[in-house]
Ligand binder design. Structure first.
Ligand code: NAD
Length: 454
């Protein structure tokens, strides 16, 4: 059975369309079709699998503007960001289209014969995606999973299914066989949970909140199901006094307010060496007030609304009574708008400093020296991303090695590149996505020994 679900534009609060939400029975049928399609898909030659993925990338490329406009309407992403996100799906598909022919095992020297390893596909992979980056996060799962010879069922978040549904159609138009890549819209607690409990799903690739990730990991234990978890973050932007403060301050708003702060890699804690604190705050205030929070369809827009009324309520609840230093602007009227907000935190046990707010709110705190800066960056359950700003190369590398995080940038706030591994330390996740080794986590390594004894 399916039920209609209203899809709301977060910039206008208007219903833009309806989509069909599947129930568990429907989800089972989709999973079973994926399981039936799996043996033929794994037999497609590596070169042909690569060719199909390149055609899929070309189909996405031919629809970048359409996909971007859909994301602006469904998710309130700025048009500039949405074009980048659709382009990222194309690039990730292109990158992994070369992988099937390079998914190379080993020949291991042993006595009495020849020993070789193979990477075998797992079968059906369930990819579960949150609402904050519907296109890229889906692609980071489905592209390497398909390249490794698995069939994929993709579940977007119920708030933001439109681009995933369109990408599913593009896969078929590009020539991927029926049921190799399917998209299902459904509740996380029922349809998403079915990926965990259905025995034909051999791996769950989940991105979302740490609490949902914990439940999924617990559930997967019952069948020893493979799982990758990309979870929450509370990353630090560590700014030393010897840094190019102008550059660091000009870049800092975009490291946390991009996508209205709904970014697992958001640098939502800015740690500034005490001797540079006042100067940094002066520069930072100017930069924050200049962030263009506009209708996301406007080419000049740098930040759009939050995703939903519920998210705005949740973000507001953090800011009530918090030590606000200054705020940027936000439009009036309909839409789930929230202005960029800067807190000067003195009590590091405050929930604004410890918890992932997932909105445009940042805490700024001074630190005394390198040891304290690194210790403060590490103080918390997460470890996903982060930045270090300094002109001292030795300090940059010491701090980068000392901070417990999956990715960190020096004199830059970049987080993700499709060619480099991405994932979290501590409660930010388990496993890695992207990069040259992504297919390994969608494969089983098999060892075969061939006797040469007479
Ligand atoms: P969420 O955990 O509520 O939902 C994420 C997805 O999981 C949705 O598709 C949802 O329907 C599904 N889901 C929820 N409960 C489930 C369950 N019990 N079983 C199976 N599926 C279930 O997260 P959200 O609110 O959509 O996204 C925000 C969170 O995602 C933040 O914590 C953010 O940091 C995190 N995130 C992490 C990364 C990363 O790469 N580490 C990237 C983006 C977002």
């Amino acid at each position: 059975m399916t039920t209609p679900l209203d899809i709301i534009n977060p910039s206008t609060e208007e219903v833009i369309t309806q989509v069909a939400m599947l129930d568990v029975g429907e989800a089972d049928r989709v999973i079973e079709r994926a399981a039936v399609a799996a043996p033929a898909w794994r037999r497609v030659t590596p070169a042909d699998r690569g060719r199909l993925l390149r055609r899929f990338a070309e189909a996405v490329d031919a629809h970048i503007e359409e996909l971007a406009q859909l994301e602006v309407a469904n998710s309130g992403h700025t048009i500039g960001n949405a074009r980048w996100e659709a382009g990222n799906v194309r690039d990730v598909l292109t990158y992994y289209s070369a992988a099937p022919e390079r998914h190379i095992g080993k020949q291991i020297p042993v006595a009495g014969g020849v020993d070789v390893t193979f990477y075998e596909p797992l079968g059906v992979v369930g990819v579960i995606v949150p609402w904050n980056f519907p296109m890229p996060i889906a692609g980071w799962g489905f592209a390497p999973a398909l390249a490794a010879g698995n069939t994929v069922v993709l579940k977007p978040a119920s708030l933001t299914p439109l681009t995933a549904l369109r990408i599913g159609e593009l896969a078929l138009e590009a020539g991927l066989p029926e049921n190799v890549f399917q998209v299902v819209v459904g509740e996380g607690s029922s349809v998403g949970q079915r990926f965990v409990t259905h025995p034909s799903v051999r791996k769950v690739c989940f991105t979302g909140s740490t609490s949902a990730g914990q439940r999924i990991m617990e559930g997967c234990a019952a069948q020893m199901k493979r799982v990758t978890l990309e979870l929450g973050g509370k990353s630090a932007n560590v700014i030393f006094a010897d840094a190019d403060l102008e550059r660091a301050a000009a870049a800092a708003p975009y490291a946390v307010f991009d996508n209205a702060g709904q970014d697992c890699c958001a640098r939502s804690r800015i740690l500034v060496e005490a001797s540079a604190y006042d100067r940094f705050m002066e520069l930072f205030e100017v930069a924050v007030r200049n962030v263009k929070v506009l209708d996301p369809r406007d080419e000049a827009s740098e930040m759009g609304p939050l995703i939903s009324a519920g998210q705005r309520e949740s973000v507001s609840s953090y800011v009530e009574g918090a030590p606000v230093a200054f705020r940027g602007h936000a439009p009036e009227g309909p839409g789930y708008w929230f202005p960029p907000t800067v807190l000067e935190t003195t009590d590091r046990s405050e929930r604004t400093y410890c918890e992932e707010i997932f909105g445009p709110v940042v805490s700024v705190v001074p630190f005394a020296d390198e040891a304290e800066g690194v210790a403060m960056a590490n103080d918390g359950p997460y470890g996903l991303s982060g930045s270090i700003w300094t002109r001292d190369v030795g300090r940059a590398l010491r701090a980068a090695r000392g901070i417990e995080t999956g990715t960190i940038s020096i004199n830059s706030n970049s987080s993700v590149r499709y060619a480099t591994p991405f994932g979290g330390f501590k409660q930010s996740g388990l496993g890695r996505e992207l990069g040259p080794d992504a297919l390994r986590s969608f494969s089983e390594e098999k060892n075969v020994f061939i006797s040469t004894e007479e």
